[in-house]
Design a protein around this ligand. Structure first.
Ligand SMILES: C[S@@+](CC[C@H](N)C(=O)[O-])C[C@H]1O[C@@H](n2cnc3c(N)ncnc32)[C@H](O)[C@@H]1O
Length: 243
């Protein structure tokens, strides 16, 4: 594929689709890969060592991230307490990791303390100051994101506000952001709301369809209620609306 079209959800394996993206053309990669540790095909729970079979996939992925990301670009990659130690040494071979952000989801049952947070690996090669807190308190679907995001349509859907925050922190209007694991198209919607271009890849046809439908529903339709929802997320939503 030559030169991928901006602002579309493209179906396929992200490793195949990368060839359509030019070197150093992406301003930020904001992405949420499968954690591969949920319930596996045979009904058993995955373990940390199961991830080893994914090593070549992630090495190829991170090589491509380095190739397409501008030298001044930023990378945000969602992970959790089990996937972080696996991803870190692989990723740092390609992109300078600068911090591990904490997403306080304001929800999460659990027997061994609650699972009310996830992590986001933050990387950038050429350093620039990010005068922001590393702990982001943004409701997940279990704690109210439905009010601003609508019904949940993907099992691991992230709230738009989370990705919107990263876009606003690290890119300018007209820039291009990439999500290689688009799911329901959350990054695409965050990009639309903040006037950035997006490139989104998604393997499964059903989620490409869902994401495309979400995008159509959002086109030119910024939810005016969003800025009143929660004081912790008002600031950046307000910023998005003002720009
Ligand atoms: C954790 S979900 C992303 C959810 C998304 N952030 C959202 O808010 O809806 C990961 C997605 O990556 C997709 N996926 C898995 N392997 C892929 C691959 N090799 N290329 C492209 N997409 C892939 C899965 O189908 C799944 O929808």
């Amino acid at each position: 594929m030559e030169n991928i079209e901006l602002n579309t959800i493209i179906q396929g394996d992200c490793l195949d689709l990368f060839k359509g993206i030019k070197d150093h053309s992406i301003d930020a990669i904001i992405t949420d890969p499968p954690y591969f540790l949920g319930v596996t095909n045979n009904g058993m729970r995955g373990t940390y060592s199961d991830l080893i079979i994914m090593k070549p996939f992630f090495e190829n992925l991170f090589f491509e991230y380095r190739r397409v990301l501008k030298k001044t670009g930023c990378l945000y990659m969602c992970c959790d307490w089990r996937t972080y130690p696996f991803l870190y040494p692989l990723l740092e071979e390609y992109i300078t990791i600068r911090n591990l952000l904490v997403w306080n989801k304001k929800s999460g049952p659990g027997t061994f303390y609650s699972f009310s947070h996830e992590f986001i690996i933050f990387g950038m090669d050429i350093p620039k100051h990010m005068n922001e807190t590393s702990v982001l308190t943004i409701p997940a679907f279990a704690s109210g994101a439905k009010k601003t995001n609508g019904e949940k349509v993907h099992p691991t859907q992230k709230p738009i506000e989370l990705f919107e925050k990263f876009i606003l922190d690290s890119t300018d209007e007209g820039d291009t952001v990439l999500d290689t694991f688009a799911g329901s198209g959350t990054l695409a919607i965050a990009a639309m709301r903040t006037k950035r271009n997006y490139i989104c890849f998604e393997l499964q046809e059903k989620y490409v369809k869902i994401a495309t439908e979400r995008i159509e529903a959002y086109k030119g339709n910024f939810n005016p209620d969003i800025k009143n929802y929660n004081t912790e997320i008002t600031l950046f939503n307000q910023h998005a609306i003002n720009t």
